[in-house]
Design a protein around this ligand. Structure first.
Ligand SMILES: NC(=O)c1ccc[n+]([C@@H]2O[C@H](COP(=O)([O-])OP(=O)(O)OC[C@H]3O[C@@H](n4cnc5c(N)ncnc54)[C@H](O)[C@@H]3O)[C@@H](O)[C@H]2O)c1
Length: 275
């Protein structure tokens, strides 16, 4: 199926490099006919290669720190100028934990760091929604999606305070989803994605082991960034108009599993190695 986003306009947050989930979403959305504005923090624009993505997709890049109300307001106003009015979709693909980065464990958390984690990874979503609501920036039946992880519901060692941030992110999607749906018919959802080898993902302690475990546990295996991009396109499209306030698992079945044959086999092997 082609052209699902023909005539639609959207803002993509968080494309740092080719590995970024947001990068793949931008490519797919462009392929399906969408007009895009790309945004990231000033440092990410300097260090990453978002300009390359802008060239491929024929998009403008606007710098904005997602923790700054001023930056977000200027971004939304500027995007509306570029689009010539309202737009149709947003991807929030932003996550960062200074505690994870600095290797500070959850039981020894630094609260300044934790507040930054929540601000960058979750409150930024509220900030974006609030600004769009205030500016009446999104068309009726528009769609806002943020990327989450199953650590919002279950404890996964090493995910640290990002688990708290994801729980808040998903809660914001429900709380704002009610208001935005009721008042403007805009839908708000989160996608809970498999572990994916990106810059942020690889920063998690033991990421390779987590990736392998998740793959073995999932009947369909881990979902890739490209597959996540396909799912995002369906959620931006008119085919999913009545879906809102949901956390949607895109994880090959991981979230419903307890133990799989492939994981048991690996576990048995490790017992043999011990003997
Ligand atoms: N990689 C995974 O395993 C995985 C799994 C599930 C969910 N996710 C989520 O997907 C999203 C995208 O992450 P990714 O894995 O593509 O990694 P990534 O490192 O490519 O993307 C993270 C992005 O967040 C941006 N960011 C950080 N601080 C910011 C700020 N202050 N203002 C604006 N942008 C800021 C970074 O510049 C970067 O572009 C995140 O929300 C992440 O938690 C990732």
């Amino acid at each position: 199926m082609e052209g699902l986003l023909k005539g639609k306009k959207g803002i993509i947050f968080g494309a740092l490099n080719e590995k970024s989930i947001a990068w793949q979403v931008a490519l797919k959305a462009h392929e399906h006919g969408a007009e895009l504005v790309l945004t990231n923090s000033p440092v990410a624009i300097r260090m990453g290669n978002i300009k390359e993505l802008a060239e491929i997709t024929g998009s403008k890049v606007i710098s904005a720190d997602a923790t700054s109300m001023k930056d977000i307001e200027e971004l939304i106003a500027e995007a509306m100028k570029i689009f010539g009015g309202k737009f149709d979709f947003i991807l929030h693909s932003i996550g960062m934990s200074p505690n994870v980065r600095k290797g500070i464990s959850y039981e020894q958390t630094n609260y300044d760091n934790m507040l930054k984690t929540l601000d960058i990874s979750a409150l930024s979503f509220h900030r974006i929604l609030q600004t769009c609501y205030k500016f009446d920036a999104i068309n009726e039946w528009g769609s806002v999606v943020a990327l989450s992880y199953v650590a919002a519901q279950r404890t996964l060692y090493g995910y640290n305070d990002m688990g708290d941030a994801k729980a808040l992110l998903e809660s914001i999607a429900r709380s704002f989803g009610y208001i935005y749906g009721r008042d403007r018919k805009v839908r708000v959802n989160t996608i809970s994605q498999s572990p994916t080898p990106t810059t942020a993902g690889s920063g998690i302690y033991g990421f390779d082991a987590l990736y392998d475990f998740s793959d073995r546990m999932s009947p369909l295996g881990n979902a890739s960034a490209q597959e996540c991009a396909n799912y995002c396109v369906t959620l931006f499209s008119d085919l999913t108009r009545m879906v809102t306030m949901q956390n949607l698992y895109h994880d090959g079945g991981f979230s419903s599993m307890g133990m799989s044959f492939r994981a048991i086999e690996q576990y048995i092997k490790s017992f043999k190695d011990c003997k």
